[in-house]
Design a protein around this ligand. Structure first.
Ligand code: PLP
Length: 440
């Protein structure tokens, strides 16, 4: 038997995209502007620049279709495993006895174990260029914290991470990865900030949320010199950075001459889904494909399937700008599911906008269903997916089974946003029958 060319589609070093793709250039209705929490007027560069890098502001509001990726960032992308392969899941197809073809993009191969360095690297880079020495951030499952810790080590910067307490307790190795890269890590809510102390006073056992951790990271950023804050998802410039993924996928699909019927990604704040799908959604807006884009979320954090589309805060204390998004309310406390990266009350304004425009189909699954799918994937393809990515795996399997029922040779492409090797406690609880749905 010969090796089949579409089993693993690779790109050469210089096929790493030279620009990020900005969907704002192609949207029939623009993403509504972020509003200042005090004045309710659109945020200005002056409001923004004490907290974020200036470069990120121009990217946040830009309507240019192509935004150049700096050479140093492309170098770092290369060093950290880009371009990543697109792989065919033949053994999964055989197991399901489906006529569908299933492909997946390998964002699990980065040193941090997820897609998150795609934005951590440019965010650290631009801050470093602007003379900033220290970044603060929050992390849920620990993936974003690990990615930013890695990026800060790469550009010789310091990094302070507020890690949602439930993950801090469930995932001690994530914390150690961040510390290995030289970052400081606190369980949030913490005693380090005024806001953290106020939460702990009311609820000493609070499991923490991303919203609270964001508030703590911003408070620390405001009170320290030469410090800025960095957000791992939700904002337009983060979606932009992740489009390196979807542009690679488009080149890879072209090489093996396939057109996807479905492109599937899990959604927490929305960045891996956006990065993976926006370049193809841009083409769909121009009438160049008929792909269905499926965003998968946990039933216990149903921002896209059950949230309201309105202005809300990105954090819990109300320090961030108001952003227009599908939201469950900024004080929503999601149950401590193992897909910690999907425990966010809102959805990126860009992903919210394409969903509102009818370009995305949102679906949701219970935790047990996603672990079952993850184990099928691990046994057939040999890769243990992150609990977050397992939501995409589950939707891909369902589409493959639907294709089987209808005897259709559909092409399914999903984003494997990360591996689950540091999430084995969750796997253990599933395997030993200790996992409930919609809770821990
Ligand atoms: C953080 C994370 C997610 C969710 O975040 P998005 O911004 O929605 O991509 C999904 N998968 C993995 C592996 C993650 O680390």
């Amino acid at each position: 038997m010969s090796i089949r060319p579409d089993d693993r589609v690779c790109l050469t070093n210089d096929e790493i995209p030279k620009n990020w793709y900005n969907i704002s250039a192609d949207l029939p209705e623009p993403i509504p502007p972020h509003l200042h929490p005090g004045t309710k007027e659109p945020v200005t560069l002056d409001d923004w620049k004490g907290i974020f890098s200036k470069a990120s502001w121009y990217q946040e509001v830009s309507t240019d279709r192509c935004i150049p990726i700096p050479e140093e960032v492309r170098d770092a992308y290369l060093m950290l495993g880009r371009p990543s392969p697109l792989q065919r899941a033949r053994r999964l197809e055989a197991f399901l006895k489906t006529p569908a073809k299933i492909y997946f993009k390998r964002e699990d191969l980065s040193p941090a174990g997820s897609h998150k360095p795609n934005s951590a690297i440019p965010q650290a880079y631009y801050n470093m260029k602007e003379g900033i020495e220290n970044l603060t951030t929050e992390t849920g499952a620990g993936q974003w914290g690990s990615a930013l810790a890695l990026a800060c080590a790469h550009f010789d910067m310091r990094c302070t991470v507020y890690m949602v307490r439930v993950s801090y307790d469930q995932k001690p190795f994530r914390r150690l990865i961040m510390e290995t890269y030289g970052s400081k890590v606190f369980a949030s809510p913490s005693n380090e900030t005024e806001y953290g102390r106020s939460v702990l006073q009311k609820a000493p056992d609070h499991p923490g949320t991303l919203g609270i951790a964001i508030s703590e990271a911003i408070e620390t950023c405001i009170h320290q010199p030469q410090t800025r804050y960095s957000l791992g998802s939700v904002l337009n410039h983060v979606m932009l950075h992740q489009t390196v993924v979807g542009q690679e996928v488009m080149q890879q699909m072209k090489k093996i001459d396939i057109t996807p019927d479905y492109m599937i990604g899990c959604v927490g704040g929305g960045s891996n889904f956006a990065g993976f799908s926006f370049p193809m959604i841009g083409e769909k807006i121009k009438g160049k494909n008929e792909t269905e884009f499926i965003a998968v979320e946990p039933s216990s954090v149903p921002s896209l399937t059950k949230g309201e589309n309105r202005y809300d805060f990105g954090d819990t204390a109300g320090m961030t700008p108001l952003v227009k998004m599908y939201t469950l309310g900024c004080d929503f406390v999601p149950s401590p599911i193992h897909a910690g990266g999907l425990r966010y009350h809102g959805m990126a304004p860009a992903v919210s906008q394409v969903t509102k425009l009818g370009l995305v189909t949102p679906v949701s699954y219970e935790q047990n269903q996603t672990f079952e799918a993850a184990i099928t994937f691990a046994k057939t393809e040999g890769i243990i997916p992150a609990p977050e990515s397992s939501h995409a795996v589950k939707a891909a399997i369902d589409k493959a089974l639907e294709a089987k029922k209808n005897n259709e040779e559909k092409v399914i492409v999903f984003n494997l946003s990360g591996h689950g090797l540091l999430d084995m406690v969750g796997y253990g609880r599933y395997l030993h029958g200790e996992l409930k749905n919609s809770s821990s």
